[in-house]
Design a protein around this ligand. Structure first.
Ligand SMILES: Cc1ncc(C[n+]2csc(CCOP(=O)(O)OP(=O)(O)O)c2C)c(N)n1
Ligand SMILES: [Mg+2]
Length: 704
């Protein structure tokens, strides 16, 4: 039976042959549920439980409250919806489909076609579909951020809410409220168990982000079994302690109470809101709701039928959207969103006329473009043997850049004075003072990473800094930035055993290799102040790649660029810094960061001995790797096999550049707590040691 053909809409009730009479609300909610059930069943993989339990919450929010026009998912002032429990992805895909959200192309143009047509729901979790296992923002229009690793979405949502406040403070003008959007985030037990969830809630509470609402799916279950096997704390009290407004909906199916909770959020102007939604529906199907059946896997054909029966659904119908359902969404979120956006657009047209500069900025932000002349004030550092730490020169360059790019904002995880990320005279972002450009993340590296991603998907060029060793604390967020193809800027100082006395707990070893192994992340480790300038030039231009900028604590000489090659070679990832006579080396030294100067010293010594050496500075392996073969050959000629890399880190990965006949000077154990000069001697980062390795490499290569 094709049930959709037999449907009759009568007032608020809808009667369909095969359906029990149900209200249009229930019909819509059950459509969301059964789409999720069918998609998961067809894929034979995925989580049906959470979408089933949360369907009424999503329905109530989207239909009545979300300020969102499905006809334009790029609208600047749209409310943001984040599904932090990304395993419930089918919930989001069903909402995008039923609300009729449009597809957006790579030029940010809205198309007529749907972002998630029903065919894509049928292709849930299949190769190349727009409905991957977890929501991916670079794959599916209308998905605001990529979620799946629990805790990341709630972390992103804090950044999005910060962005909302910052944008409002900087762009709104009397009578012109360009930015007033809210950020709604669904989350699960896992999101609140994860450490990053706690960091996010703590930061949001401190910042009094009244535009942030989390809906917690308190469904008493996780993957392994009952949530109370591992999670028994009083979440409400905890969030009250963080400074949140906490409200409760005792039954996820109670649309009236849900509406009341959302109103409470909208009326709360001094802090974020947590809505704790109690549900039990997640235990397998409602049918066997107190069995221990997993709700994190397909129900199975039999159970699917029983569940549909329970919902008053035709048992054999698949991917059914009964007549009246799409229309009802169109009448709700569709009309409300269209009218809100139309009003806004009228207001914005006037605003743009009166404030062309601000409008131009917003236009560029959305496209990740830079202002004209953004690089005019970048400094040039004169040669200086005593030199300057790259964290220091980076701080100067960052300030020059931020002056030219008003939407470049950021901060550090309580180390701004060490990381040198303070933007002078740019004010602090604090509760009630949301216009400032210096963000204070506190000692919360992980949520700093996630919040940066949230700021960046909101159009802001956000940076965040900490010690390089603690990049591990935020690795999951770096990884998502890379996957999402967004230009988050991660600044890491104290990049090696060069930190000296702090010892091995603070001395990175394997971090460079680990980050270089990550797809789509650019790692830059500049060798002197002018390479720092050139690194920032590269970073500013990034549109779809995050970067890890790796900087020293200790001073490095600023190389004399009249004697050695220009730092502009940084843009190619690696370049010949100092060469052998006639460009015919018998030996190549390759260094990065603080070891570039060491290579240059060794080169001078070898030169005095009559050895024809070349120094290659390699600030970025990733950028070098994407140069053409001819350029690569010109920097690392295949005929020259006597090669030595020098880097105060794990040597993992260097084989690719030094080859089987090359040698790598690096770290093969954890560091030690001692003055820097003792460490350098102990671990072999001296001119003598590098020269000795060079001789060995030459001897080995002559042998063969
Ligand atoms: C960081 C992280 N760890 C583990 C997982 C695997 N995982 C997916 S869902 C889930 C737990 C589900 O429990 P809950 O958060 O309560 O969500 P529910 O099943 O109730 O929807 C886990 C552990 C994950 N997605 N992310
Ligand atoms: Mg749960």
């Amino acid at each position: 039976m094709v049930a959709s053909e037999a449907a009759v809409v009568t007032g608020q009730q809808i009667e369909t042959k095969g359906f029990e009479t149900q209200s249009i609300d229930t019909l819509c909610i059950n459509t969301i549920r059964t789409l999720a059930i069918d998609a998961v069943q067809q894929a034979n993989s995925g989580h049906p439980g959470a979408p089933m339990g949360l369907a009424p919450v999503a329905y109530s929010l989207w239909q009545q409250f979300l300020n969102y026009d499905p006809a334009d998912p790029t609208w600047l002032n749209r409310d943001r919806f984040v599904l932090s429990n990304g395993h419930a992805s089918m919930l989001l895909y069903a909402m995008l489909h039923l609300a009729g959200v449009r597809e957006v192309d790579e030029h940010n143009q809205v198309l007529d076609e749907l972002a998630v047509p029903i065919e894509e729901i049928k292709r849930f979790r299949q190769m190349g579909s727009r409905t991957p296992g977890h929501p991916e923002s670079h794959v599916t229009s209308g998905v605001e951020t990529t979620t799946g690793p629990l805790g990341q979405g709630v972390g992103n949502s804090v950044g999005m809410a910060m962005a909302g406040k910052w944008l409002a403070a900087n762009f709104n003008r009397p009578g012109y409220e360009v930015f007033s959007y809210n950020v709604y985030t669904m989350c699960s037990d896992g999101d609140l168990m994860e450490g990053i969830g706690g960091e996010a809630a703590s930061l949001a509470g401190h910042l009094k982000l009244s535009n942030l609402c989390w809906m917690y799916d308190h469904n008493h279950i996780t993957l392994d079994g009952p949530a109370d096997w591992s999670f028994t704390e009083d979440v409400a009290t905890r969030f009250i302690g963080y400074g949140w407004n906490v409200t409760r909906v005792a039954d996820a199916n109670d649309l009236e109470m849900l509406a009341r909770a959302f109103k409470t959020f909208q009326d709360t102007t001094d802090r974020p809101t947590l809505i704790i939604v109690d549900s039990h529906i997640g235990y397998g199907s409602p049918h066997k709701h107190d069995s221990n059946a997993s709700h994190g896997e397909p129900l199975g054909e039999e159970e699917v039928k029983l569940t549909k029966k329970f919902y008053g659904w035709p048992e054999d119908a698949k991917f059914l959207v009964p007549p009246g359902v799409r229309e009802h969404f169109q009448d709700g979120i569709g009309k409300r969103g269209a009218s809100a956006r139309a009003q806004w657009s009228k207001m914005y047209a006037e605003y743009a006329q009166k404030n062309p500069e601000l409008a131009d900025q917003l236009h560029r932000m959305q496209r990740r473009e830079l202002p004209e002349g953004w690089d005019k004030k970048l400094p040039v550092f004169p040669a200086d043997a005593k030199g300057v730490a790259t964290r220091e020169s980076s701080g100067k360059v960052l300030n020059a850049l931020a002056e030219a790019i008003p939407w470049m904002i950021g901060g550090s995880a309580d180390l701004a004075t060490s990381n040198k990320t303070n933007l002078k005279g740019a004010g602090d972002f604090q509760p009630g003072e949301y216009g400032g450009r210096n963000l204070h993340f506190g000692v919360r590296e992980h949520v700093m990473g996630a919040a940066l991603n949230g700021l960046v998907v909101s159009g802001i060029r956000a940076f965040g800094a900490t010690f390089f060793n603690f990049s591990d604390y935020m690795k999951a967020s770096i990884r998502l930035a890379a996957l999402m193809e967004i230009p988050s800027i991660f600044i890491y100082t104290h990049d090696s055993i060069g930190v000296g006395e702090d010892g091995p707990t603070h001395q990175p070893i394997e971090q460079l290799a680990g980050l270089r192994a990550m797809p789509n992340l650019i790692v830059l480790r500049p060798g002197d102040a002018n390479e720092v300038v050139e690194s920032w030039r590269v970073i500013a231009g990034l549109q779809a790649q995050p970067v890890a900028l790796v900087l020293t604590r200790q001073n490095l000489p600023t190389l004399d660029r009249t004697k050695y090659a220009a730092a502009s070679g940084t843009a190619k990832g690696a370049y010949v810094l100092a060469d052998a006579p006639g460009g015919k080396p018998e030996l190549i030294l390759i260094g990065t960061g603080s070891e570039v100067a060491l290579c240059v010293e060794a080169y001078e010594k070898l030169k005095a001995e009559g050895i024809a050496a070349r120094v290659v500075s390699m600030p970025s392996m990733e950028i070098f790797d994407r140069q053409d073969a001819a350029y690569k050959e010109s920097v690392l000629p295949s005929s020259v096999t006597a090669r030595v890399s020098v880097e105060m880190a794990s040597t993992f990965g260097w084989g690719k550049y030094v080859g089987l006949k090359g040698r790598s000077v690096g770290m093969h154990r954890f560091g030690a707590s001692a003055p820097l000069k003792d460490l350098l001697k102990f671990f072999g980062f001296t001119v003598e040691a590098v020269v000795e390795e060079a001789h060995k490499a030459l001897a080995e290569n002559k042998k063969s």
